[in-house]
Structure formats: C-alpha cells, structure tokens
Design a protein around this ligand. Structure first.
Ligand code: ACO
Length: 400
C-alpha cells in the first residue's frame, strides 16, 4: 500500500462501517407479495480481503458504499456516496473497482449498472427466481415470531440496521423456510454460487473462495419462502444463508462429509436458522449410506456452540441412546420432569456447560464404556472428538 500523506486520518474511513449491505424485496404488489422493503444497511464483519489488514479506505469523507442484493436471485447494485473526496483519483482508493473484483464476472449478468436497472431487476426476479437443486428440509414459523432474534436491534454489534417486518394482508400467516441441496452439476447453481460467495469473505474469519474446478463440493442453501394468502401456489424465495460441504475419502469405501463454510446473514441470525440449517445437513448425512460421518473444518467459536447445542439436543431427544446411556454409563436426563430440552429446543436453559478442557481423542473425564461409545458414534455419524466431548458433557451434567 502507498504511504499516506500527513492528513490521512481526515480522509480515512473504517471499511466495515462504510460498506452497507441490503437485501431488497420487490415493492410492486403486482409482481410481488407485499410492499415490504429491505433488510437494509447491515454491515460486514470483515473487509480485510478487499481493503487490507487495517480494513481502512482512504480518500473520502462520510463514505457510504452501498451493495444491494435482490433478496432471492442475489443480483447486485453497487454505488458510492461521500461528502468529499481527495481530488486525485490515483491518490484515493478505488472502492468500486476493488469490490467489483470480488463480484461475479460480467458474463454472469448478476450486476445492475444503475439504481433503476436494479429496481426493475428486483421486480422481475421476485416471482421468476426459484432455488436451485432439491428441497431436502423445511420448517415453518408463524409470522408473529419473525424479527424477534437478539440481533434485530443491532445491539450485539452496536450497528443498527433497518428491517421492515411489516407484512401486507396478502402474506400468509405462516412463513416457510426451505433448504436446497445442490452440486456444481445443478443447472444454474455455479453462477448463483458466484453471487453468494462474497458473504464468506465478509462474515467468516479467514474465509476464502472455494475452487470451482474442485469436483465434489456440495451446497445447502436456506431460503425464506413467502406465499400468498389467497393463492399459496404463488411464492417468492429470499436468501437466508448457506453451507458448503466437501467429501473426503473414508476407509474403506465411504466418505467423511466436512462442513467447510457455514453462514447465516445478520438479519436472520439468532432466530434459530443456523440450528435449522445444521439439522438439515445432519439429517441429510444420516440419510446417505455412503457418508460415514459429519465433520467441521476449523469451526468458529459461535459455530462450535451451535453444533454442541444441536448435537446435545439430538442425543437428549434420542430415547434409545439415552436409555442405554443411563444403563451403560450412568447418563440420564431424557424427557419428562426436569428434561434438559425445553419446548424451544434449547438445552439446559439456553447454554450448555461445555467443559473448558477439550476432551482428547479417546479420553473422557468420568469413565465411559468405550465399545458402547464407539458403537453409537458410528451409528450417529458424528466425528470422534466431537462425540467424545458430547458424551463427556452428558456425563458431567449427570454428575452435577
Ligand atoms: N430468539 C432469540 N434467540 C434465539 C432464537 C430466537 N428465536 N433462536 C435461537 N436463538 C439463540 C440461540 O440460543 C443461540 O444463543 P447463544 O448464542 O446464546 O448460544 C443463538 O441464538 C444462535 O443460534 P442460532 O440462531 O441457531 O444460530 P444463528 O442463526 O445465529 O447462526 C452462526 C449462528 C452460523 C454462527 C451465525 O452467527 C453466522 O453465520 N455468523 C457469521 C459467520 C460464521 O461465523 N460462521 C461460522 C464459521 S465456522 C465454519 O464456517 C465451519
């Protein structure tokens, strides 16, 4: 990076603050289902892949870089405003061209040059866009439950963003969420993936784009599906988050499926959607005989929590496992009075007392029957270290 002049601070802005993302829904009620607007103005967590380690942009005052996505098709429009800028174009950072390098190539026809083009595109895509691949999992939420997650007021990151949970009378009272499975071979998916992969850089620490020439990648994409009250056959889909999965060879003739990237966009975080996507992946893995187990690549702490919570909930809700656990290892606590799983699917009042020391492979705190543990680990397709930690947590919980 070139040296900055002495007054650089005046012209330097925080790239994470300056970049604002929006998920835009159609407004024209002829084409869409309601007059809702957008999830507007939420910020990235990371911009160092584009703007360097210090995540600063030089050469502007009051800079706002708006990257808008059509909520389903993820067509984009990128624009920039500022109150003043350094006169010399070579001295200031070229924000738009820097960001454009991370967006799909022009041949994918994903970006709209003007705001008007983008509005037209949002309206056109609203009903035309359909998820790629096969729907493998779904769940629903009452409309009244939407927008209640902890992140909604921006309190967690101190960066408020505007959402419009207001619904038109045309919206059905129940909102569906659907997970679609696809591969590189799924028609249209490769181009769609180029539209969503930017979120990996913006939200996953040390995230990077996967190689399109690597065969084997699989994808699980989560959408919010809105249907019309008067005609449920009319639906629109809105991107919520996604995960990438890679199969590694597992002796002798199966694969170990590894979750490589996993994210839920901020407007949807802390509403249980991450848990639902993880559950969809786990159930998909259980249903495929060629997959021996589910593993995770270098999980972030928030993802480890999510995985622990959902794996424990699954074990505690597994009557055979729990009754055998009680007989074989002295683990108890499934169902009935004092159950650790409450109606909202949270474990032990919301937070599991995860042991600070991670269990090393094959080593558990209190004694457990190793043959029994291995039998269930294989049956449940969980990775060894993770399953041993889970059993340890259950046993510690029992000792408590
Ligand atoms: N109301 C309020 N809180 C809720 C609700 C609800 N209806 N439902 C769940 N929650 C709580 C959960 O109990 C949990 O609380 P906790 O943090 O105190 O344990 C919290 O919300 C998160 O659970 P979910 O909602 O199921 O998860 P979320 O949808 O927020 O997704 C994730 C979590 C994936 C980590 C998300 O924050 C994210 O994408 N972050 C950025 C990217 C990232 O870090 N990805 C993981 C990288 S690791 C990898 O890629 C392998």
């Amino acid at each position: 990076m070139s040296p900055r002049p002495p007054a650089a601070d005046v012209w330097t802005v925080d790239a994470n603050e300056a970049l604002r993302l929006s998920l835009v829904r159609a407004k024209d009620d002829k084409a869409s289902l309601s007059t809702r607007e957008a999830y507007e103005g939420f910020h990235p967590t990371f911009t160092y892949p584009m703007f360097g380690e210090d995540e600063k942009i030089y050469g502007y005052r009051d800079l706002s870089v708006d990257l808008k996505f059509a909520s389903g098709s993820l067509a984009t429009h990128l624009s920039l405003t500022s109150s003043a800028m350094v006169a010399s174009t070579s001295a200031r950072d070229n924000v738009l061209s820097t960001l454009t390098r991370f967006l799909p190539p022009p041949s994918d026809d994903a970006s709209c040059a003007t705001a008007d083009d983008f509005s037209t595109r949002v309206e056109a895509d609203a009903l035309a866009f359909r998820p790629h691949g096969d729907c493998v999992f779904s769940y629903s939420r009452p409309v009244s439950a939407l927008g209640k997650g902890k992140a909604r007021d921006g309190a967690d990151d101190g960066k408020a963003y505007r959402i419009s949970p207001v619904l038109s009378p045309e919206d059905a009272e129940t909102v569906e969420f659907e997970v679609y499975h696809s591969t590189w071979a799924t028609p249209g998916f490769r181009a769609y993936h180029r539209r969503m992969q930017l979120f990996v850089l913006l939200y996953i620490e040390a995230g990077s784009y996967i190689k399109e020439d690597e065969e084997g990648w699989e994808f699980m994409v989560l959408y919010e599906k809105r249907t019309r009250r008067s005609d449920p056959s009319i639906a629109t889909y809105h991107f919520v988050g996604y995960a990438t999965l890679y199969p590694f060879y597992c002796f002798p003739e199966r694969v170990r499926m590894r979750i490589s990237q996993f994210l839920i966009l901020p407007p949807y975080q802390q509403e249980g959607h991450g848990s639902a996507l993880y559950t969809a992946i786990y159930q998909h893995v259980l249903a495929r005989p060629e997959i021996a187990e589910l593993t995770v690549e270098d999980p972030a702490e928030a993802f480890e929590d999510l995985r622990d919570r959902n794996d424990l909930k699954m074990l505690l809700g597994h009557p055979l496992f729990m009754s055998e656990a009680g007989r074989t290892n002295g683990v108890s606590g499934v169902g009935g009075e004092g159950s650790a799983v409450n109606g909202e699917g949270r474990v032990g009042g919301g937070r599991v007392g995860r042991p600070r020391r991670r269990a090393r492979k094959g080593q558990m705190g209190p004694p457990a029957n190793r043959a029994w543990v291995e039998k269930w680990r294989v049956e449940l397709k969980l990775a060894a270290r993770q399953f041993h930690r889970l059993v340890e947590m259950l046993m510690l919980r029992h000792l408590d």
